[in-house]
Design a protein around this ligand. Sequence first.
Ligand SMILES: C[S@@+](CC[C@H](N)C(=O)[O-])C[C@H]1O[C@@H](n2cnc3c(N)ncnc32)[C@H](O)[C@@H]1O
Ligand SMILES: [Zn+2]
Length: 149
Amino acid sequence: MAKTLKYLVKDSDVHGKGVFAAKDIKKGKKIIEYTGNVITWEEANRRFVDRDGHSFTMFFGIDDQMVIDGADGGNEARFINHSCKPNCEAKNKNGRIFIYAKKNIKEGKELFYDYLLEIEGKITKKLLKKYACFCGNTKCRGTQLDLKK
Ligand SMILES: C[S@@+](CC[C@H](N)C(=O)[O-])C[C@H]1O[C@@H](n2cnc3c(N)ncnc32)[C@H](O)[C@@H]1O
Ligand SMILES: [Zn+2]
């Protein structure tokens, strides 16, 4: 019998499309690999889209050198939105990125991981706005950027 998928893509209240649990998912379960063509950061910077001062990225940084471009040959993982209080986490396994359930997730819930975006240089107010977070959690830090770096 074919395995039923754990997730589906549909409109999100947070941003554009999102990925949702198609069934209950247990804490610790692997949900999906983040796939796409692997490119250099230099190439990623060339491909980066800045729409009206707001960033839009389907990149997932593997390390200092390489990035997965989910918009280029990627799967549904590219639609997973960011949350400051996520129910999923991304793990790097020998250069491949997998999304795991960080807690038990009920069917119908949107899947999120914390993007913890890193940028070069000082984090200015302009950059915070550019990478603003709309996750809506009470503990939202207001940005998709990693403020601890
Ligand atoms: C990998 S895409 C996620 C899928 C996206 N919702 C779509 O419809 O294509 C990442 C982009 O979605 C937006 N995004 C994701 N989570 C967000 C959040 N919590 N707040 C604001 N924008 C978010 C940002 O523009 C980000 O660069
Ligand atoms: Zn947030």
